[in-house]
Write a protein that binds this ligand. Structure first.
Ligand code: SAM
Length: 346
């Protein structure tokens, strides 16, 4: 299985690839919500600067870069308009892209961690704690705003992926599912809506669990969905029918992923239905069917942010086996999301 780009471009424009001006300019435009202000009619420079809380001359110079790159247009001097690309920067744009670039939120904070990439490559350690003084998870524990911002980012991603994940698996009709590291609750909410006799528990760190509780209540599921604030490195509530880990394991090193899976295996073995519980891992894996450059960029991102990694199916199988589980089934969705079913090993 290869993870190398199949066809490397014949000629690489290194200066364009290495340019940091444009990526930062896009993030500042997203943070200042320039696209929404322009869409609301603040098209003239002084008015736009006022609406965005920016200094007019600096804003003009920022927009000179971005109009040069086709991100905004300048139909007449000092008057700005949206392009197709700028439309993606509106708050209502697809995939919640603006929030991923917002330097005041968790999206921008994650990008800033790349300032520590050299530290990561020299040491093999994540850069995020080096740059921000504490781990990303500690950030979400200490700062409810950052917890909310992170949950919103995850919800945008998972809301998009959830219908596909739900239709790809034979979910139980009844019983109890624990969404381990369930975050925003968007997947669990959709699952419980699709299976009206199923019960669910969202387990996550306290601040994230609060976000999940709000989402489940807003979906009218408070009677069938409970929330368990806690860590998946500690013993999990035992005896559920299914322990679900969606986009969790890739945030962690192999040893940490084994510890999380062991907790799931123990809880699946220990409950009333002794040994009947199952574990379902949902995430993107590195396969020949996935663009190698996209997988490589995500893998490096996971290392910088958390010390995690994007795994091949074989690498995932290795951590599964080390945790005392065996793989019982695999499915892949149309967009390449892998669902790996596991049961406690004999
Ligand atoms: C990448 S997010 C995935 C969230 C959710 N499963 C989804 O697919 O949208 C990882 C989640 O793990 C949670 N998490 C991190 N450390 C944790 C811990 N020690 N115990 C429980 N949850 C944790 C985070 O708060 C976050 O919600």
């Amino acid at each position: 299985m290869t993870t190398l780009p199949e066809a490397a471009p014949a000629r690489v424009d290194l200066t364009a690839l290495a340019d940091l001006v444009t990526p930062w300019a896009i993030r500042v435009a997203a943070t200042l919500r320039l696209a929404d202000h322009i869409a609301a009619g603040h098209t003239r420079l002084p008015d736009l600067a006022r609406a965005a809380g920016a200094e007019a001359d600096a804003l003009r110079r920022l927009l000179r870069v971005l109009t040069g790159r086709g991100v905004f247009a300048e139909p007449e001097q000092d008057t700005y308009a949206l392009t197709q690309a700028a439309g993606l920067l509106k708050d209502s744009g697809p995939f919640g892209l603006r929030a991923w670039f917002d330097l005041d939120g968790m999206g921008g904070r994650m990008d800033q961690a790349f300032g520590g990439l050299l530290h990561t490559v020299r040491t093999g350690e994540p850069a995020y704690p080096e740059v921000h003084g504490r781990s990303l998870w500690q950030d979400t524990l200490d700062d409810p705003e950052l917890a909310r911002s992170y949950a919103d980012l995850m919800a945008a991603h998972t809301t998009f992926a959830a219908p596909e994940v739900i239709s790809a698996h034979p979910w139980p009709e009844t019983g109890h599912v624990i969404d381990v590291g369930g975050g925003s609750g968007s997947l669990l909410a959709r699952l419980l809506t699709a299976r009206p006799r199923l019960r669910g528990t969202l387990l996550d760190l306290p601040e994230a669990a609060e976000e999940g509780r709000r989402a489940l209540a807003a979906a009218g599921l408070a009677d069938r969905a409970s929330v368990h604030p806690g860590s998946f490195f500690d013993p999990l509530p035992a005896g559920a029918d299914l322990y679900l880990l969606t986009w969790v394991l890739h945030d962690w090193s192999d040893d940490e992923a084994v510890r999380i899976l062991r907790r799931c295996a123990e809880a699946a073995r220990e409950g009333e239905g002794a040994g009947e519980g199952r574990v379902l891992i949902v995430e993107n894996l590195v396969t020949d069917g996935r663009r190698a450059d996209v997988a490589a960029a995500m893998d490096l991102r996971l290392l910088v942010l958390f010390g995690g990694r994007e795994r091949t199916p074989r690498q995932l199988d290795e951590v599964v086996v080390r945790a005392g589980l065996r793989v019982t089934g695999r499915r892949v969705t149309g967009t390449g999301i892998h669902l790996v079913s596991c049961a406690p090993a004999e």
